[in-house]
Design a protein around this ligand. Structure first.
Ligand code: FES
Ligand code: CO
Length: 341
C-alpha cells in the first residue's frame, strides 16, 4: 500500500501580502504608467507630478480596463477607455461623462497599496502594516560606492526557488564552472546558520574559480587556490544581502531581491555596490550577471515542484544545504509558508 503524504507547505500568499516586495527598478517607472504583477495581483505603478510612486490595482472599476494603458494627468492616473481619473488613494475624482464631472459616486474607487522607493527599487506591500523593515544597506546610500543594477531576471519559477538558488553553494562549480566555482574543488566548506527572527545569518569561505581576474577575489590573494569570503544575511521572504571582503579596504555588496509575481513566475533584481574600480563600465558586471542568471534559469525552471516544498521531509537535505534547511524552517516559523488547507 502506498503511504499518503500530506501536501507540502508552500509560500502563503495571504501572509506574503504583508511583506515589502520589489516591483520595479526606480529607473523603469518614468512618466508613463507601468504594469507589473505581485502575488497574482495586476498592479499599475505610476508617479505623481512630484515624482512620488504609487501602486493601484490595474483594473478600472468602470469596465475593467487596465489603468496601466492610460496616462498620468497631474496627480491622477487616467483610464484610457473613458477618461475616469483616480488619485493615489485609488479614489475616482473625475468622470468626464457627467454634467458635473466631480460628482463621483462613493463606490468609484480601486484598491491602493503601500509603496516606497528605496535602494533603487520601488517596493509594494499589498497589506499594511508591513511586517518587516527593509534591510539596512548603508553602502547603497554612500557616494563612495558605485552601484550597478542587473536584471530583473524574469523566470518561470516561484520566488522561493530563485531565492534558494542565489545562495545554493553546492551548485556553483557545476552550473557556473570557471565563473563562480572550481569543478576541481566541489567540496562545500563547513558553515553554520543562525536564525534571528526573520533574518538568517551565515559566513562562508568558499573555493572560487581560478583566473577570475576581472572579478575580484578577496581573502587570500597570496595562495594559488582562490577563495571568496562571504558574509550573508537572508531576509525573509525573498531578499539576500551579501558582503564580500568585509572588514578590508575593498568591499563589495550584493543585494538580491526576488519579486513573487505569481505561483510560478518571479523576477530577480541584483544590485551590486563596490568602493573600488569605480571607472569600470556597468556593462562588465551586468554581462557577468546575465551569464550567471541564464545558466541558473534553465536548471531552476526544471525544478518540481515549482514552489519550494517547505517541509523537511520533502526533498533530501545534506549538511551543506544548511541554508535551505534553515530557510524552510524560518519561513514556516514566521507563517510565510504553510500547508494548503
Ligand atoms: Fe475605465 Fe471606462 S473603463 S473609464
Ligand atoms: Co547559480
Amino acid at each position: 500500500m502506498i503511504a499518503e503524504h500530506p501536501p507540502a507547505s508552500v509560500p502563503d500568499f495571504a501572509a506574503l501580502r504583508h511583506c515589502w516586495h520589489p516591483v520595479a527598478y526606480t529607473h523603469a517607472v518614468k512618466d508613463t504608467p507601468h504594469h507589473t504583477r505581485l502575488l497574482g495581483e495586476d498592479l499599475v505603478i505610476w508617479r505623481d507630478s512630484g515624482g512620488t510612486p504609487h501602486a493601484l490595482r490595474d483594473l478600472c472599476i468602470h469596465r475593467g480596463t487596465a489603468l496601466s494603458l492610460g496616462r498620468v494627468v497631474g496627480d491622477r492616473i487616467m483610464c484610457p477607455y473613458h477618461g475616469w481619473q483616480y488619485g493615489s488613494d485609488g479614489v475616482c475624482t473625475h468622470i468626464p461623462q457627467l454634467e458635473d464631472p466631480t460628482k463621483v459616486p462613493g463606490k468609484a474607487r480601486v484598491d491602493a497599496f503601500a509603496t516606497q522607493e528605496r535602494y533603487g527599487h520601488i517596493w509594494v506591500a499589498l497589506e499594511t502594516p508591513a511586517r518587516y523593515d527593509l534591510p539596512d544597506i548603508p553602502e547603497l546610500d554612500d557616494p563612495d560606492w558605485v552601484v550597478v543594477q542587473a536584471g530583473p531576471y524574469a523566470w518561470n519559477a516561484d520566488a522561493s526557488r530563485q531565492l534558494e538558488n542565489f545562495t545554493d553553494f553546492g551548485h556553483f562549480p557545476w552550473v557556473h564552472p570557471g565563473l563562480l566555482g572550481d569543478p576541481e574543488r566541489p567540496v562545500v566548506p563547513d558553515y553554520s546558520v543562525t536564525i534571528d527572527d526573520h533574518i538568517l545569518r551565515y559566513d562562508i569561505v568558499r573555493p572560487e574559480a581560478p583566473n577570475s581576474d576581472d572579478f575580484p577575489v578577496f581573502g587570500n590573494e597570496t595562495t594559488e587556490a582562490p577563495t571568496r569570503r562571504s558574509r550573508y544575511q537572508l531576509h525573509l521572504p525573498y531578499t539576500i544581502l551579501l558582503r564580500l571582503g568585509w572588514g578590508g579596504e575593498k568591499g563589495m555588496v550584493y543585494f538580491f531581491a526576488s519579486q513573487p509575481v505569481d505561483e510560478d513566475h518571479c523576477a530577480g533584481y541584483v544590485t551590486i555596490a563596490r568602493n573600488y574600480d569605480r571607472e569600470q563600465p556597468a556593462s562588465v558586471l551586468q554581462d557577468f550577471e546575465d551569464t550567471i542568471f541564464n545558466q541558473d534559469q534553465v536548471v531552476v525552471e526544471s525544478q518540481r515542484p515549482e514552489r519550494v516544498p517547505f517541509d523537511l521531509a520533502a526533498e533530501m537535505h545534506m549538511k551543506f544545504d544548511a541554508v535551505a534547511i534553515n530557510y524552510r524552517k524560518a519561513m514556516r516559523e514566521q507563517g510565510l509558508a504553510k500547508r494548503p488547507a
